[in-house]
Each structure stands twice: as C-alpha cells, then as structure tokens.
Design a protein around this ligand. Structure first.
Ligand code: PEP
Ligand code: MN
Length: 263
C-alpha cells in the first residue's frame, strides 16, 4: 500500500490547514519535552512568529535512563491543546503505548511514533486504527525497507495519513549523536508516495550542526523538517544540546526561504 508502484501520485497528509507533502515545505518546531505551560506558550509564540506551522513537544518521553525526566503525561497534553487553541497551530506528540491512545486522540493533531517504537507492531496497528495523521520516525538501526514495512502496518489498518521522518541512524561515528541519512530522501521518494521529513536535531545532537543539515535536507527534496527549539536550552529538561535558540531558528527559516518556499 505504501509503494509508489501501486500509487504513483504523492500523498498529501492534511493536518488542519497544513498540507504535508504539498508544494511547500512544512516546518514543525518546539521543545523536546513539554516542560511547563509558560515555557511552552513562549516557545510556541516564537517559533510561530518565525514560520513554524506545527508545534511539537513530548508528554511521554522515551528516555534512555529511567531516572531522566519522563514527561508531564496528561498535563503536558493539556498544555499542547492550549498551544493549539492560543496560536491556531496543530500539535504533534509522541505515543509510547496503546494505553495512551484515548488521551492523545483527545488532545493532539499528529501522533508521533518514536525511533525506539518503530517496530512496536501492536502500537503501529493501534495508531493505524485511530485514523489521525501519524509521524513515523525511522528506527535507530532500521533499514529503509523495515521502515516502510512499519508504515505499511499503519496504512494496512486503514490510515494512509503517514509522514515518514528520518532522524539519523546509528553508525560508528561518534562526532554526531547519529548519522543523518540524507540519501534516504531520494530513495524514499522513489519507493513510496508518502511524504518524508527530516529531524536534524536528533540526527546530529549538536545545535551547530542542525541548520546546515536542515538546509541540506530541503535541498535534497524533503517535504519538511522537525526542529527542536528551546528558549533556555542550557536548562532544558531534555535534549538541550541540540535545541536551537529562537534566534537561530529565525535565521534558519530565513535561509530556508532561499532554497524553497516554506509554508
Ligand atoms: C523526539 O522526537 O523527541 C524523540 C524522542 O525522537 P526519536 O524517537 O527520534 O529519538
Ligand atoms: Mn528530543
């Protein structure tokens, strides 16, 4: 179902007024985690001003350490709903178990499947049945074929609103957190009709590397970007080192316009 052969035209995933996979580049931005209400509203106001059209923020965080901040849970989802209400921006958040399905259905517009859950097949089937747009991240060590099979799990349940997201894969190279597989963009464009976006934040893990990779991704034909932005990254509860300062995000957005029209 996800193959380009079966379905030659590009799929556009509609999220409110935003069309992912259309002519325009879609930029999703926000903090790694929803930390509190004031901070989330402040970051949302900034990223929206600079041209982001969807807001991201995790409420259920899959952290490597069980002692790290795990997210605010439903309180975080309520804050996301308030961001949507205040700024008219649809919101994206991660689901980590089918037990959260009712909650995410109630509060958010796009459901993210994180890299660590790309092959959590019960979760994929669950979001396939929910029917809301899904942002499916590539697994830490998943081949493109495996990633597309995971998309197939979702689409085969009747939900073809799937956005693929490359976020770096694990290689032997320690200078970046992961290695961004930019070549996945043309490969994916050839194999499937689903839109593909790039997350240079998790791919590089280092703020200074985010903008160059974001520009490269758009030049290579990605349909959009997902970027972590924080107004005080040094004190962020997660992923501060890779979060852009709002001014850096503003500058990146201006640079992107030169390459391609941004929503
Ligand atoms: C995230 O988007 O905050 C996240 C946890 O990403 P990934 O699943 O790609 O590590
Ligand atoms: Mn993160």
């Amino acid at each position: 179902l996800v193959s380009r052969q079966m379905h030659p035209e590009d799929t556009r995933v509609q999220v409110g007024d935003v069309s992912v996979g259309g002519e325009r580049i879609v930029v999703i931005a926000g903090p790694c985690a929803v930390e509190n209400r004031e901070r989330s509203l402040a970051i949302a106001g900034q990223v929206r001003k600079y041209g982001a059209v969807l807001f991201r923020g995790g409420a259920f965080k899959p952290r490597t350490s069980p002692y790290a901040f795990q997210g605010l849970g439903e309180e975080g989802l309520k804050i996301l709903a308030e961001v949507r209400q205040t700024f008219g921006m649809p919101v994206v958040t991660e689901i980590t178990t089918p037990a959260q399905a009712d909650l995410v259905m109630k509060y958010v517009d796009v459901i993210q499947i994180g890299a660590r859950n790309m092959q959590n097949f019960e979760l994929l089937k669950c979001v396939g049945r929910l029917g809301k747009p899904v942002l499916l991240k590539r697994g830490l060590a998943a081949t493109i074929e495996e990633w597309l099979m995971s998309a197939e799990y979702i689409v085969s349940e009747g939900n073809d609103n799937v956005i693929l997201c490359e976020r770096g894969i694990r290689t032997f190279e320690p200078y970046t957190r992961n290695t961004l597989d930019l070549s996945a963009i043309p490969v994916i464009k050839n194999l499937t009709h689903l839109p593909v976006i790039i997350d240079p934040s998790h791919a590089t893990g280092i703020r200074e590397k985010v903008s160059p990779m974001a520009r490269a991704a758009i030049a290579a034909g990605a349909d959009g970007l997902m970027i972590e932005v924080h107004d005080d990254p040094d004190h962020a509860l997660s992923d501060g080192a890779q979060s852009l300062y709002p001014e850096q995000f503003s500058r990146l957005m201006r640079d992107l316009y030169v390459i391609s029209p941004v929503v």
